[in-house]
Write a protein that binds this ligand. Sequence first.
Ligand SMILES: Cc1cc2nc3c(=O)[nH]c(=O)nc-3n(C[C@H](O)[C@H](O)[C@H](O)COP(=O)(O)O)c2cc1C
Length: 330
Amino acid sequence: MKILGVSLGTKNGNNDTMCRVALETCKEMGAEIEFIHLLDWDIQYCSGCVACSRGLVMGKGMICSRKDDFSTLYEKMIEADGVLFVDPIFESGASGLYHVITDRMGPGHDTGMLLGLQEALAKQGKDPLNPRYFQQKAISFIAIGGSDWAVRCETDHAMLAVSPGWKIVDNDYFSWSKDVIMQDDKIARVKEIAKNLVEAAQYIIDNHVMIPGSEDLDLWKGKEGACPHCHGNAFYIFPGTTHAVCEYCGMEGHLEVVDGATKFVFDESIVPNGHIEHAHDLVSGKKAHGDDIFANESRLMNLFKDPEFKARKAHYTAVCEPTTPPSKMK
Ligand SMILES: Cc1cc2nc3c(=O)[nH]c(=O)nc-3n(C[C@H](O)[C@H](O)[C@H](O)COP(=O)(O)O)c2cc1C
């Protein structure tokens, strides 16, 4: 079993240390471990060129216009049975680098889209994709903060698992943790998170769990959340209503208080997002989303030839030129 630990903190800082605490436990449990200090890697932000989603829906392959270290990071995650991210909390949420990784995991690594590509490759008589792309994976997240601003980090972190459809085991954060190496309760919790991750990875290996077909599998070991599907606690509440959307899995419903606790109840009258098969982390939800994207991209491709579309583009492009970036001035 391989466990990959990725830290996004400063070199040998608190995030690196907590990642190593977890990896030590994984190693003691018999796992092969690998540690990545991500700030050393060349990871460029997603430019939004959508070459990845076009490549997938047109059956061309996994394409990314950025040539950097991300594809190696992705392959390392694919080859691991369990992945742990340890990320510093910035402005109550994930670090900027973490958001970049989440974007880069986006459409181009969406399992629903990859399944579509797999079908297209088979029709073209081409080699299939690496079967590990479709193997289920255990993933956990730890956020380390220097203060008590933290409420967005769990959702930010969980979003990375949506695109591949990997199963989250733990998603925790530690506030006031500049001296976390001296806080034994937090070290004990990190070791527990590592143990949970190894056990979940072992379950996946023993049962050959693939992503299509593991819709009902729940490997979650964290606190019970308000969302009964993804255990999330972050919701967008439509102003003046109890109507809400789970920020992680996209399910729609309403919030109500039951026995003193806020509960999220799916609203099946909302088609499609009140229906569990449309949850964003499930293959069924991904396929539906992929179909919507395909229809949208096709409409746009046709519009590129439309005279009215071209005229509007030309009109607004002529309004102003962008400022030359200082780094590109002679
Ligand atoms: C730009 C920036 C924003 C930060 N925002 C928060 C925050 O909102 N909440 C928090 O608890 N800590 C915040 N911190 C503190 C970092 O989480 C802390 O410095 C980091 O976890 C230390 O990790 P390291 O020792 O691994 O580098 C912030 C730090 C920086 C640099």
